[in-house]
Design a binder for this molecule. Structure first.
Ligand code: CIZ
Ligand code: SF4
Length: 301
């Protein structure tokens, strides 16, 4: 029974002084189980601020790593060992070092969707919510931006005075949405506003009324007086949007906007995670220190 499992989870949380955090893209039941739901960076900051010994991070690998980087003294658990982010895996520290040799004067900006090793090779980190501000803040006019080409193009357009060497990474879930599909969705719901994530293709962003991160889309819908929205990001976000806006109509831009890695975590995996204290995120101290530098540089912006 689900309610038995949930009661067991609550009990173990108290016994182990644990908290559960869930990303906006997680399954609804997992979001409902969590102490906080949010984007990767807000969750990592929350984990660092709270007095807990154990963090169960319901999300993908790089997110749990970010939490560990900011809270190295805590035990950080990722309930599903193979919940990864294909986009984050599109750049490695080694490949990035080669790129740095090609552009020795460039600053390295990495999207938070990257491994701890890649963060350790970067000058500063950014999220989809603050990428423009971060790029504007770096003194160099030349920038290597990894790994998302769509977010890079979005930023390049907003900060035309800088040269951005983009990396060819992409999010499978967002990049697969085409212009034609978007045109069809807009034609079907003419009076709805189109809100998309900057991981979408540039031609999809061009059709949108608003481009923003998950937290920015949530805030936009909450504040808007409009009644209908087409949501162009991973479907898990609909759970929070529906809770916040019971009177508004929400349509998913494409039925394909599902991140299979985000959907791996279930109530059962959270239960097993706490019961068996698995899967613990372990990082080398030197990687933690250098990656933390990139995250802290972002905090100062
Ligand atoms: O940083 C995050 O949490 C991601 C992956 C998406 C977003 O826009 O919040
Ligand atoms: Fe990675 Fe895309 Fe899934 Fe986010 S939605 S975790 S970027 S694959």
């Amino acid at each position: 029974m689900n309610s038995d499992i949930i009661n067991e989870i609550k009990k173990m949380k108290e016994e182990k002084n644990a908290i559960i955090v869930a990303h906006n893209y997680q399954n609804s039941e997992v979001q409902d189980l969590a102490d906080v739901v949010g984007d990767s960076f807000a969750l990592s900051r929350y984990c660092a601020s709270i007095d807990a010994e154990v963090i169960v991070f319901c999300g993908v690998h790089f997110m749990a790593e970010s939490a560990k980087i900011l809270s190295p003294e805590k035990t950080v658990l990722l309930p599903e060992i193979d919940a990864g982010c294909p986009m984050a895996d599109m750049v490695t520290a080694e490949k990035l070092r080669e790129e740095k040799k090609k552009h020795p004067k460039a600053a390295v900006v990495c999207y938070i969707n990257s491994s701890a090793e890649v963060k350790a090779e970067s000058d500063i980190c950014c999220t989809s919510a603050n990428a423009v501000k971060v790029i504007k803040s770096v003194p160099q006019n030349e920038i290597i931006f990894v790994p998302d080409q769509n977010l890079a193009q979005y930023v390049a357009r907003m900060v035309p005075e800088k040269t951005i060497h983009l990396w060819k990474g992409f999010c499978v879930t967002h990049h697969r949405v085409t212009k034609a599909e978007t045109e069809r969705a807009v034609a079907l719901n003419k009076d709805a506003l189109l809100l998309v994530h900057p991981e979408c293709r540039l031609e999809v962003q061009d059709m949108a009324d608003f481009v923003g991160s998950t937290s920015q889309i949530i805030e936009y819908v909450r504040k808007s007086s409009a009644k209908k929205f087409i949501i162009g990001t991973e479907m898990g976000i609909l759970h929070q949007l529906k809770k916040d806006n019971p009177d508004k109509k929400l349509y998913l831009l494409s039925q394909g906007m599902v991140c299979p890695n985000m959907k791996k975590t279930t109530v059962e995996s959270v239960y097993n995670s706490l019961k068996y204290m698995r899967y613990q995120i372990e990082l080398r101290p030197d990687i933690i220190e250098r990656a933390r530098g990139a995250l802290e540089a972002m905090l100062k912006v």
